[in-house]
Design a protein around this ligand. Sequence first.
Ligand SMILES: [Zn+2]
Length: 342
Amino acid sequence: MKAIVFERHGPPDVLKYIEVPQPAIKPNEVLVRVKACALNHLDIWVRLGLPGVPIPLPHIPGSDVAGEIAQVGSEVTSVRVGQKVVLAPGVTCGKCPACVSGLDNRCRHFTNLGYMIDGGCAEFVRVPEVNCLPYPENLSFEEAAAVPLVFQTAWHMLVGRAQLQPGEDVLVLGASSGVGSAAIQIAKFFGARVIATAGSDEKLTKAKDLGADHLVNHKTQKIREEVRRITNKRGVDVVFEHVGTATWDESIASLAPCGRLVTCGATTGFDARIDLRFLFSRQLSLLGSYMGTKSELHTVLKLAAAGRLKPVVDRVFPLAQAAAAHAYLESSSQFGKVVLRV
Ligand SMILES: [Zn+2]
């Protein structure tokens, strides 16, 4: 089969479009004919290499897959050959206390497709049967592939961790990212008032189209001042963070008393500081969040199938041009998801 493979970490040109053997499946696995694979910032980290994360080389990246079942293992009973599927990115042991209680993103063996195991930037990918989710028929393969990782992550952050309540005020940082564009929609779904930030007026217009109530251009405006003005000096109940060092101080300063900051990433750096006096006297909560559960993904896909959450696809590249797609994602000029068509 054709696949995108890298044999060493580095810039986008380490990604090669080559012929590799088709994966052999285990009895509890399926082989999926990939139709579309969406990129995430995770793909860039994996390609560059992360300290202390020994990614097996050569490696096929890609976490977000939509496609059709090509082959099923001998123990597979819930899906059949030819069926369209969206794949849950998280692969876990399925047996530990976390997994059996439905909190599979807490499994100590948790990994994503394309992270510690081969992923979906290929004509075929193998996954456990339990990772096959119902296909939202109203979506194209490119749109369906744009759903799982970002919507599951944003849902787990806002609903699972921050326990967003109707009518609350939410500040969504980096609204143009995949996870930001998902967060705006989920917050609006829960009846929140959304303040969205982005680095250009063009991106802010798109954030408004997704439902954002107030817009902050972080290149020309100071986030904390705008939040103060919009909320009549109160601050927001929830800050949706994933940007890291570049926005951390603004995010903390934007919280209302008893506000919750939830974060899933550190795209611009992981060094942050906090004034402990501010933390305790304002009774703030800092919440870490990592991926999401398969159950949350089932919920998200149901809402996507009903048209109540909409994947935002910025641009589609052919699989062979994965290197160009990575470079484009790194340039941060997109709004929403960059997807590879296979
Ligand atoms: Zn487990």
